[in-house]
Design a protein around this ligand. Sequence first.
Ligand code: 5RP
Length: 232
Amino acid sequence: MSDIAKRNAAVAALEHVRPGMILGLGTGSTAAIFVRLLAERVAAGLDVRGVPTSEATHSLAQELGVVCLSPDEAFRIDLTVDGADEFDPELRLVKGGGAALLREKIIAEASDRMIVITDAGKEVARLGRFALPIEINPFGAELTRRRIHALIGSVGLAEAQSAWRLTGQGERLTTDGGHYILDLSCGVIPDPDGLAVVLDRVPGVVEHGLFIGLADLVIVGEIAGARTLARV
Ligand code: 5RP
């Protein structure tokens, strides 16, 4: 997505921010643009505090002068603004391209509202084009991977392939929480709700990147502005 479209989505999201809010701050390049725009408003006197969803977002927000709270210090989160890797007509999301899905989901679940900022390239009729990130506990990680493959045939994904996410140096990537990311290539996910239920039942799965029933609005950035989709 072009930076102009990302910026237009972030600008539109900023219109939902009110003084005094506690904001969940997402992760990724689009969320980072939002944090930068928010910081400009903070520098101009806007009183808000942020709850970052990753160490990267925490560093950025602090560097730019946005006061940050840990999740446990925030007695409420009014609104979370985050990016996504895919969304469907029901505003179900795939997230985790930036390996922050666990913290992103904890914060999104705890928020009164979630606004997703994205672009039309991430709009799909059916989820699954983007490989689904799954955060896995390192203990018995291969066992967990095999267990996932043994179970997902029941939701039409017997042919799915998976790969551990690697760093640029070719080592297994670890998340801020010290977990691995397994990227599950599905092609199409026939039953996202069913897949979420199956994955939630696997003990070594810490969290998965299906965000269902969490996004209230998706703001789709375009070159000339933004359009807003609301979950019905
Ligand atoms: C991080 C995420 C990101 O929100 C997602 O990957 C979108 O990132 P970007 O705005 O850079 O395209 O889920 O875990």
